[in-house]
Ligand binder design. Structure first.
Ligand code: T6T
Length: 352
């Protein structure tokens, strides 16, 4: 499929070159040159009508993280002359994301950037896209059991994994909370679902930070909220009620942290329970300023979207050698000390 489009493009360029040389080298024979020029125009028009197309399949609709990623991808696509479209499920669920991926494959884009909602369930559907001749790139989440390393044989058909270093992010978040708890006390984690690569790694990183406290910090529990902040708030409220001496909470993503922060504020425990929020929607920044949240880990979803378009275009042009199999996007760590800085303000996610 790619080759057909690009043969047309190459053909058009060759015809254009021929027409130009006909105009300059054989200037007196102007009349016969008119026919090839007309043909060239038609071929060029056909080629430009066949601009490459890249699709983004994100994790869930209306999540500021993916809204920002889509904005980055769209801006880069416009800059590079790429047709772009994006879609994703109403809930962060593989069963809802798979039919969307199938519908995207049916539209035959040249490349797909995808945030897989489950690291196992999406492998076969994504492989189907690759078998249909579509270049495949992971954004945000990865698939498989190799921690996002696509250099091995099994997943070598995946071009790249563009996303945060989530283990490191989780460790940074929890180190900060352990420190603000004075290195001791009870800790609780709010997370989304099993099988989601990003939040799994954040939990892993957080546990490292807790273990580094040498037993003085106790992880009393972890709940799954299904990416639902109301459920996260209810679960956290129950834990707070049962553990009035809780010291710290890690919310592993936007919805987990939102629910945890609401529960802490509702229980009148602002300041007494330290909260780390992964992701940076506007309300996390407000909670930080209000003392409800103590650290916000802002990912760089806009850059993820941009990078994915760049890598897609390199692949479409046949230049896979220039594509990094792993492209870690960084973080902006936001605290009350730097929240008003330009960098922190720029890293706040878009709401729409
Ligand atoms: O934290 C992000 C993303 O990195 C994760 O994979 C799923 O949740 C978010 O989209 C935030 O809601």
């Amino acid at each position: 499929m790619h080759s057909k489009k690009y043969l047309v493009l190459v053909g058009a360029l060759m015809l254009l070159a021929l027409a130009l040389s006909a105009c300059t080298a054989v200037a007196p024979a102007a009349a016969p040159a008119a026919a090839p020029a007309a043909e060239t125009e038609a071929a060029a028009a056909e080629a430009s009508a066949e601009k490459p197309t890249v699709a983004l399949v994100y994790g869930v609709k209306g999540d500021g993280f993916y809204v920002t990623m889509e904005a980055g991808a769209r801006a880069k696509a416009e800059e590079m002359g790429v047709d772009f479209f994006a879609d994703g499920p109403a809930q962060f669920q593989p069963t809802l994301q798979m039919p969307i991926l199938d519908a995207v494959i049916a539209q035959q884009p040249d490349a797909i950037c995808i945030a897989a909602t489950d690291k196992a369930a999406l492998i076969e559907p994504m492989r189907k896209a690759y078998d249909a001749g579509i270049h495949m790139i992971s954004v945000d989440t990865f698939i498989g059991e190799t921690a996002g390393d696509y250099t091995g044989e099994d997943l070598s058909w995946m071009l790249s994994y563009v996303g945060s270093d989530n283990t490191q992010g989780g460790e940074t978040a929890c180190q900060a909370i352990v420190e603000s708890m004075g290195g001791k006390g009870k800790f609780y984690i709010q997370t989304t679902q099993p099988g989601v690569s990003t939040v799994e790694q954040r939990v892993e990183g957080c546990k490292k930070a807790i273990e580094a406290a040498g037993g003085a910090v106790e992880l009393i529990g972890m709940d799954y909220n299904d990416d639902n902040s109301s459920k996260a708030a209810e679960q956290t409220a129950a834990v707070l009620a049962a553990n009035p001496d809780l010291g710290g909470i890690f919310g592993t993503n936007l919805f987990s942290a939102r629910g945890a922060a609401q529960a802490v504020a509702n229980a009148g425990l602002t300041g007494a329970v330290k909260v780390a929020a992964f992701d940076a929607p506007e309300d996390a920044i407000v909670a930080l300023k209000d003392n409800v949240v103590d650290i916000v880990i802002a990912q760089h979803p806009y850059e993820m979207g941009q990078k994915c378009i760049e890598f897609s275009m390199a692949a479409i042009a046949g230049d896979t050698a220039s594509i990094d199999k792993r492209w870690p996007t960084g973080y902006t760590i936001i605290t009350r000390d730097n929240v008003d800085s330009e960098e922190a303000q720029q890293s706040i996610y878009k709401a729409e």
